[in-house]
Design a protein around this ligand. Structure first.
Ligand code: ADP
Length: 243
């Protein structure tokens, strides 16, 4: 990976929350880099700083001290507008609860980031994104007409539609049964293998982390371990077989 520019680079990142007279140091000097096409799981006990770390990596917040570069750009001095802009352009978010709008069809949900960005050819691009996750035929369905796994695939299509540098996923299989979780992991692995997508995912489940190439273990606001997964588990393909 020498010479290749990092997608994510943290150097001695600290985050202190101030609530009244009490200071909580949620991150106490965390350094690591993530390179293009890596698949990385973030694990750690409750309260260890995972959400704080995801918020920083997702440009929803800035470090108290230290440096965070996203795709080479230092985020520490950015104002809120600039932070929002880089977030919308560079990062596709996937959440445990899908966060789809119930009144909208799948394709309308996927179009939303393009609407906010005032982008052209919205319908066409949203349909292409749905096809990338194998859901072209479900484009006109509303969320309640789709299974949990399908809803999460729509959410992944929405995350992909702005062509981000990275997907940041917070417990993306937390609401899914084993089979649907496997489908989502198969999809993320396909996006990674075919398109070189970088994926960073928080999970509590060792089974899910075993599909990733690397595991960052956070404890008490510090990076406790940075391990390579020597033989990542390959998720079984969906019944349809392909994207
Ligand atoms: P995790 O996601 O691993 O459960 P968090 O990043 O949510 O950990 O929390 C790390 C520490 O920071 C905890 O002690 C938590 O109470 C504290 N913390 C998180 N967010 C805030 C906040 N907005 N204000 C004050 N303290 C916070």
């Amino acid at each position: 990976m020498d010479g290749q520019a990092a997608v994510i680079e943290l150097r001695q990142v600290r985050k202190v929350y101030q609530t009244g007279a009490i200071e909580v140091e949620a991150l106490r000097g965390v350094s690591f880099a993530i390179f293009p096409a890596e698949m990385v799981a973030v694990m750690g006990p409750s309260g260890s700083g995972k959400s704080t770390l995801m918020n920083l990596m997702g440009c929803l917040d800035r470090p108290t001290s230290g440096s965070y570069r996203l795709a080479g750009e230092e985020t520490g001095q950015m104002n809120d507008d600039r932070l929002a802009e880089i977030r919308n352009r560079r990062i596709g978010f996937v959440f445990q609860s899908y966060n789809l709008l119930a009144r909208m069809t799948a394709v309308e949900n996927v179009e939303l980031p393009l609407v906010y960005a005032g982008a052209p050819r919205r319908r066409e691009r949203a349909l292409t994104s749905l096809e990338r996750v194998g859901l072209g035929p479900r484009a006109r369905h509303r969320p309640f007409e789709l299974s949990g796994g399908e809803q999460q695939r729509v959410a992944i299509a929405r995350a992909l539609v702005m062509e981000p540098s990275l997907i940041l996923a917070d417990e993306p299989t937390g609401n899914l049964d084993t089979r649907s979780s496997e489908e989502i992991m198969a999809l993320l692995q396909e996006l990674n293998e075919r398109e070189g997508m970088t994926v960073v995912l928080v999970t509590h489940e060792a089974d899910i982390a075993a599909h990733m190439g690397r595991i960052l273990r956070i404890r008490d606001g510090l990076l406790e371990r940075d391990e390579v997964v020597s033989n990542p588990r390959h998720a079984a393909l969906r019944p349809e077989g392909k994207l």
